[in-house]
Design a protein around this ligand. Structure first.
Ligand code: SAH
Length: 557
């Protein structure tokens, strides 16, 4: 007896069965029986459960029985069940049998034998030698069904493979297949009505059909009939050659355009590349470009840079990142300066929208991470409101990477167990409330250096209006560091304490953009050892990775 697990090494014949209205006999009432029952119902079959009253009925089964979608025969299996419980039109022989009581159960091999004699497909759980067929691990998206079998060698691996394959496929593939299927049918009907196409649409009822040998043959001017079925040929070409990602973004309007081609007498061969007739829907990506060094871009953002039609970049996005933009791509840098931030933002939003309306791929490139003081969510809302939901890509934020490149561990056992990221500048330039002293906290202040002394003052002393002593003040000896132009060649770190940092910053002058890190963690790896401050110049964090430094970057400001 050949077993269905294919221990013989032969390939099983994989098929997709239409089992609507068929009778599926399920022997047993355990969780596996419940799973089989659900699968059968999904496929439109009518399950009959055979299990004695005493059996522990799985709750899903009880539910199916209760709502009438499955039938329960309350006793042990009897041989004549196979030939009496089936449909009338097939002389009461049941269509398929699932035995879920396990291969060791003596009834399992008995039922299997009977089924084989009666040519009834049978599946016995955990007993490949008793099965005439096995079930596949399946992935379903609308009309698309993918089934996997490892021939019983590893069902865990089969479900892993199913997940990996599913992850590889673009979302909405199922509905794209529906759409394209509908067009194919319609074209075929129209061509048929016009007496043009006697052939059924390619592979209509059998997905194994490959390309016909005429698939790519040139349609000559003299070949009138072939020329007239060009719409169908065009559709086949799309299905064969378009990248899946592009196929799934095909819209109803695109389909209409395909259908109308020819009825207007236009030569649709011009449409083969999808440029004419098929409108492109604009796409927007909102991406973070990291703290500065181009090697700190994510691959996703790098790819977005390479594929964008137009890039709208923040002023802070450093030149080496902008240098990665292909020469022909349109680039705009935000015209943000104090007092013009809102106008610059509005200008960018409108530019983005105009490009989207033209069907372009827009990349909104922001510094660091788009959702950390980057107004990213505002832009998301704006574009979503206009019907274009942005893809948002994270970036390495300066808040975490600047401290890292300054050898400051944001958390450190026994020193710091929490991190606070905040802004030194509130709305409309107002001073935000200073955070209370927490000895084990690392605090990172962005957008704070232009008002450093006021900030330090607010951390270490109460303001005149503050009467209640509700918050703890930061001791003047608290370590802190100013990190500027982190990850750029002209990176600078000033290590000091809250007491002396203002003096140090005044002496050194500012080199934006920069941030302030406060907390005991600042002195974990570098302690100024009694010096009021220490200044370190340059960025070498990635040198070792390059061997020779191959990215020599020019200072931006
Ligand atoms: N979205 C950005 C932050 C924007 S707010 C991010 O996630 O990094 C702008 C502030 O970020 C600047 O005022 C400065 O405080 C900080 N900043 C940005 N790049 C920096 C860098 N390379 N080094 C130090 N601070 C930086």
């Amino acid at each position: 007896m050949k077993d269905a697990s294919n221990g013989s090494g032969l390939a099983p014949l994989m098929t997709a069965w239409d089992v609507e209205h068929q009778i599926h006999l399920i022997v047993g009432a355990n969780p596996l029986a419940a799973a089989r029952c659900t699968k059968s119902l999904e496929a439109g079959a009518k399950p009959i459960i055979i299990a004695p009253e005493t059996a522990d009925m799985h709750f899903t089964l009880s539910e199916h029985i209760h709502n009438g979608s499955a039938q329960w025969v309350r006793r042990e299996f009897q041989d004549d069940d196979l030939t009496t419980l089936g449909r009338e039109e097939v002389d009461r022989v049941v269509d398929t049998v699932f035995v879920t009581v396990g291969g060791n159960n003596p009834s399992a091999s008995h039922i299997s034998k009977l089924c084989r004699r009666l040519r009834i497909p049978v599946n016995v759980s955990d007993a490949p030698e008793l099965c005439s067929f096995t079930l596949l691990s399946t992935y379903t998206d609308g009309p698309l069904h993918i089934g996997i079998t490892t021939s019983g060698r590893g069902c865990k691996l089969a479900s892993r493979l199913r997940r990996e394959i599913a992850a590889f496929l673009p979302a909405n593939l199922g509905s794209a297949i529906d759409r394209l299927g509908a067009v194919r049918r319609k074209l075929w009907e129209e061509d048929n009505a016009a007496g043009l196409g006697e052939r059924a649409p390619e592979g209509d009822d059998d997905d194994t059909a490959g390309q016909s040998h005429t698939f790519n043959t040139l349609v000559t001017e003299g070949d009138v009939a072939a020329a007239k079925t060009r719409r169908m040929r065009w559709l086949s070409q799309i299905c064969e050659y378009w990248p899946l990602r592009k196929l799934v973004s095909i819209t109803d309007a695109d389909i209409d355009a395909i259908l109308k081609a020819y009825s207007s007498g236009r030569d649709a061969s011009q449409d083969v590349d999808g440029v004419n007739g098929v409108s492109k829907k604009g796409k927007i990506v909102l991406a973070g470009s990291g703290p500065g060094h181009p090697d700190l871009l994510t691959r996703a953002t790098y790819n977005a840079i390479q594929s964008a039609d137009i890039i709208l970049a923040d002023k802070l996005v450093p030149a080496p990142v902008l240098d990665l933009i292909p020469r022909r791509t349109e680039v705009h840098i935000a015209r943000k300066f104090p007092g013009n931030a809102d106008q610059a933002q509005e200008e960018f939003l409108q530019m983005g929208l105009a490009a989207l309306k033209k069907g372009q791929q827009v990349l909104r490139l922001k510094q660091g991470d788009p959702y950390l003081y980057g107004r990213g969510a505002e832009e998301f809302e704006f574009f979503r409101g206009e019907g274009h939901i942005p893809v948002v890509l994270p970036g390495i934020t300066s808040a975490m990477s600047a401290s890292l490149f300054a050898d400051i561990p944001a958390t450190h056992r026994g020193v710091s167990d929490q991190v606070l990221v905040c802004t030194g500048t509130g709305r409309k330039g107002a001073a935000p409330n200073p955070p209370a002293y927490v000895p084990t906290q690392t605090v990172v202040f962005l957008m704070a250096l232009h008002r450093l002394s006021a900030l330090i003052e607010s951390l270490t002393a109460y303001s005149t209006e503050e009467s209640t002593r509700s918050r703890a003040l930061w001791p003047k000896e608290t370590p802190c560091a100013i990190v500027e132009r982190a990850s750029c060649p002209d990176q600078r770190v000033i290590r000091s304490t809250l007491e002396h940092v203002c003096m140090a910053f005044e002496a050194a002058g500012s080199r934006p953009p920069g941030l302030l890190v406060v907390g005991a963690s600042c002195h974990v790896l570098h302690n100024p050892n009694g010096q009021k401050w220490v200044i370190e110049e340059g960025f070498h964090g990635l040198d070792e990775l390059h061997g020779e430094v191959d990215t020599v970057l020019a200072p931006q400001e």
